[in-house]
Design a protein around this ligand. Structure first.
Ligand code: SF4
Length: 220
């Protein structure tokens, strides 16, 4: 059986689930805060933390830097690792405040790889978080790879290369650098893997049931 291509999979997910409207946020800085807080946390808890930061007037670089560290720790407590994540938020806010006039959108004047390099120097920002900020906060055509992406590729028998950077490039090439498609595709994979392609997959009714290697293996 021939595995489907990445673009086939993305198109099929779009037909199945529609536009997930991701990332939900009022400002680009809020996207970045969410991307930092969501590591090892459920989105529900991230929403609670973001709402608390908003109500406290701390959802801007200046607002974060004005607040007392202990107060911030309590505001984001629901996301876990709250001391560490408070430090990450403050480092990120200082970077925007010090190097970019307090305005995250000024990063859009640089190239994607320059911004990525700067973000990856900050504590608590790895490739997935950096790419989430690039794509969803700044509108750069970059793909966000996560554990769900890896799971789906493996189960469907799609060879997108080894490791984060190769998989990212395979998606970017397959989706022709289309920024809004990349934004939808990442979110659609998350939706699919949370609803059907879970650790124990619910294959019945899956749009890939005919083409999925994993499903075909089960039938043998
Ligand atoms: S058929 Fe099953 S294993 Fe394959 S993508 Fe669908 S849910 Fe996942």
């Amino acid at each position: 059986m021939k595995a489907p291509t990445i673009s086939d999979v993305c198109r099929c997910l779009e037909v199945e689930y529609g536009d997930p409207g991701w990332w939900p946020a009022e400002t680009p800085f809020e996207v970045a805060v969410g991307a930092i807080l969501t590591q090892r946390a459920s989105w529900r808890n991230v929403e609670l933390a973001i709402e608390s930061l908003r109500n406290a007037g701390s959802l801007t670089p200046a607002g974060l830097l004005r607040a007392r560290r202990e107060e911030l720790e309590q505001l984001i407590r629901p996301v876990g690792f709250y001391r560490q994540k408070t430090r990450y938020l403050l480092e990120f806010a200082s970077f925007i405040d010090r190097d970019h006039d307090g305005n995250i959108t000024s990063l859009s004047r640089m190239t994607a790889s320059e911004v990525r390099k700067e973000l990856l120097r900050l504590p608590g920002i790895g490739p997935e978080t950096a790419d989430s900020i690039l794509l969803y906060a700044l509108g750069f055509p970059t793909f966000v790879v996560d554990a769900y992406t890896m799971r789906l590729l493996e189960r469907m028998g799609i060879d997108a290369g080894e490791g984060y950077e190769s998989v990212k490039k395979s998606f970017e090439d397959s989706l022709d650098g289309d920024c809004s498609m990349m934004a939808r595709a990442h979110a659609l994979i998350v939706v699919h893997c949370k609803s059907r392609c879970k650790s124990t997959p619910v294959c019945n009714g899956c749009p890939f049931i005919e083409s999925c290697i994993s499903e075909a293996e089960k039938q043998k």
